[in-house]
Design a binder for this molecule. Structure first.
Ligand SMILES: CC(C)(COP(=O)(O)OP(=O)(O)OC[C@H]1O[C@@H](n2cnc3c(N)ncnc32)[C@H](O)[C@@H]1OP(=O)(O)O)[C@@H](O)C(=O)NCCC(=O)NCCS
Length: 281
């Protein structure tokens, strides 16, 4: 019997966030303690511990109120990979989805996709994570204005349409984090958020009517945030790719958006130019 077959899978409690961050760091992921705390408070996080009580794997389900849930934070410690533990963790998530009659959605790394495909998840969209440096750009007087706290509820209404489910609590959570900035187009509906994260600031969501409007928002957000920036962009947006390349960004890795039980994205993908991050959708 593989040692991982004996691993005990339980719900992760807030006290385990420090252990979960060890896995985040080992995997080179960007999530912070605030992200883990949000998933524990508003979703279900499974954790597997070895016989000595060490956390060796996690997986999470974050339900949205439109009949679907995001499956994420799927990490297996390097020492325990390729023994079936990732599949066991995902099976826990799939059982929960079935119990609650929720469609499962996720943004998979290439390694993750190998685990999800045999469980029935199908690719519905490709994404690229772009990585580059923010700040140091002269303000070109683009038609954008910074968001204020009083704008967040209004933005949440547009966001619900574009994403496909309301996520006011999540937007308020990102907004409350130290260093978060947001921008809105002055003359049309469009907004973008950028929040500090563990390795790099995460730029997204960016929602707009057109790719050229989205580039205005991306430019403002990138200029506002010195240091490393990640932005996860649906691969169909070639003009954004060209803009990011010119801005010195490069593709760090692809993601595949996969779904279990549906064959198309929720919301209005034509308005989503950067997702909030692979863990949130
Ligand atoms: C992706 C990840 C979670 C997979 O975890 P895992 O525990 O290795 O997954 P599994 O063991 O269930 O399956 C992975 C592979 O092991 C194989 N495997 C499963 N049981 C096995 C066993 N007993 N012996 C040998 N191989 C086994 C699977 O067939 C699969 O093989 P493949 O890669 O050749 O297709 C892990 O690699 C990881 O944490 N990666 C970094 C973070 C990440 O990318 N997470 C996914 C986010 S979307």
């Amino acid at each position: 019997m593989a040692p991982t077959e004996q691993a005990v899978i339980q719900h992760l409690e807030p006290l385990a966030i420090a252990d979960a961050l060890v896995l985040t760091v080992e995997a080179g992921w960007n999530q912070t303690a605030e992200d883990w705390a949000f998933f524990i408070a508003h979703g279900t996080v499974f954790g597997a511990r070895d016989a000595g009580g060490k956390l060796i794997a996690t997986a999470a389900v974050l339900p949205y109120s439109a009949g679907f849930a995001w499956v994420s934070l799927v990490i297996v410690a390097k020492s325990h990979r390729r023994q079936g533990l990732g599949t066991r963790m995902l099976n826990q998530c799939v059982s929960l989805l079935r119990e609650r009659a929720l469609v499962g959605m996720l943004d998979a790394t290439p390694a993750g996709a190998k685990v999800y495909a045999p469980l029935g998840f199908r690719t519905i969209m490709g994404l690229n994570r772009w990585e580059g440096m923010g700040g140091a750009v002269v303000d070109r007087g683009e038609p954008v204005r910074p968001l204020a706290s009083s704008d967040v509820d209004r933005i949440a209404r547009f966001d619900a349409i574009a994403f496909g489910a309301p996520r006011n609590t999540l937007l308020a959570n990102w907004w409350s984090r130290a260093g978060t900035r947001g921008f809105e187009l002055a003359d049309e509906i469009g907004y973008g958020l950028i929040r500090r994260s563990r390795i790099a600031s995460q730029l997204g969501p960016v929602v707009a009517a057109t790719e050229s409007s989205a580039i205005v928002l991306l430019d403002a957000a990138i200029a506002s945030m010195p240091g490393a920036v990640f932005v996860d962009v649906p691969e169909q947006w070639a003009d954004i790719g060209a803009y990011l390349s010119t801005r010195g960004f490069a593709v760090q890795r692809p993601f595949q958006r996969m779904a279990l039980g549906i064959d198309r994205p929720y919301g209005e993908p034509a308005r989503v130019f950067a997702i909030a991050g692979p863990e949130y959708g």
